[in-house]
Design a protein around this ligand. Structure first.
Ligand code: G3P
Ligand code: CA
Length: 269
């Protein structure tokens, strides 16, 4: 089955480092991307949002509270929404110390900087448009940023990039703006709805607990807009037993905070 896997991955599903290797480095940062690369993860997953002045940044929560020192640096700016801060303000924040002293001084990446790091590591990217309802027009901006950095050439489109979202409208927008770009829906539509999804998305990325062999097989029975069977990447799997069960379900990708653990549990490892 060809679901756009990098050529070296011959056996078993792809391993995708969730927010980078987020069990070992602060999520959605460049150290997490690099740790994933060192652990052999050919893919990383990230979350993209937008600053007050319209810059794209990589961060999961819609506030800066949990993963930066925003409360200390800007004590009077509660509730510290990402969209209420400029890129320059966010660039001052420490996005590593919360995770561990070894990561002090790590910054919230811009999407541009993040793309450069993933490219440098020859990794593929599962880019999540996070909270698109908060950021009108963010899809067009993301597509432009990808194009500006060479991520919409044939090589990237074929093997290196998937855009995902929980938001169907956002995926439809991406598909309309960049028809060559593969997308994946975060969730588990009913089997009867899969043909409709296959008209605009190439993959279904459901939580591990929501799927069965029959469901994965049903998804594989539909062809996405790029002529390949719908791919199924499941999340978030962080232990060997669950990895083996996910493999048995027939998934194409496993999204994990611990790419080393998942890789070690794959067939042939
Ligand atoms: O890639 C799946 C996963 O990232 C979706 O959930 O909350 O970690 O973005 P979340
Ligand atoms: Ca995500």
């Amino acid at each position: 089955r060809d679901v756009g896997d990098p050529p070296r991955a011959a056996v078993g599903p792809q391993v995708l480092a969730h927010r980078g290797a987020s069990a070992y480095a602060p999520e959605n940062t460049l150290p997490a991307v690099d740790r994933a690369a060192r652990l052999g993860a050919t893919w990383v997953e990230n979350d993209v949002q937008r600053t007050k002045d319209g810059q794209l940044v990589v961060i999961h929560d819609d506030t800066l509270r949990r993963t930066t020192d925003a409360r200390r640096v800007f004590p009077d700016r509660a509730p510290w929404k990402v969209r209420d801060f400029t890129a320059a303000e966010i660039a001052r924040l420490d996005a590593g110390s919360w995770f561990g002293a070894a990561f002090a001084g790590t910054r919230v990446p811009t999407l541009a900087g993040y793309l450069r790091e993933v490219e440098r590591n020859h990794q593929s990217l599962l880019l999540e448009i996070k909270n698109p309802e908060l950021y009108p027009g963010v899809e067009r901006q993301i597509v432009k940023s990808l194009a500006d950095q060479g991520w919409l050439d044939a090589r990237h489109l074929d093997r290196r990039l998937v855009v995902q979202s929980f938001d169907v409208d956002s995926l439809r927008t991406v598909h309309a703006l960049a028809p060559g770009l593969r997308t994946a829906y975060l969730g588990r539509p009913a089997t009867a709805e899969l043909p409709a999804y296959a008209s605009f998305t190439d993959g279904i990325n459901p939580s591990y607990g929501s799927i069965s062999t029959a469901y994965v097989s049903a998804a594989h029975g539909f062809t996405g807009p790029h002529g390949r069977p719908l791919s199924v990447f499941t999340w978030t799997v962080n232990d060997a037993d669950t990895t083996r069960r996910a493999v048995a379900l027939g998934v194409d990708g496993i999204i994990t905070n611990k790419p080393d653990v998942v890789r070690a549990a794959l067939p042939g490892s």
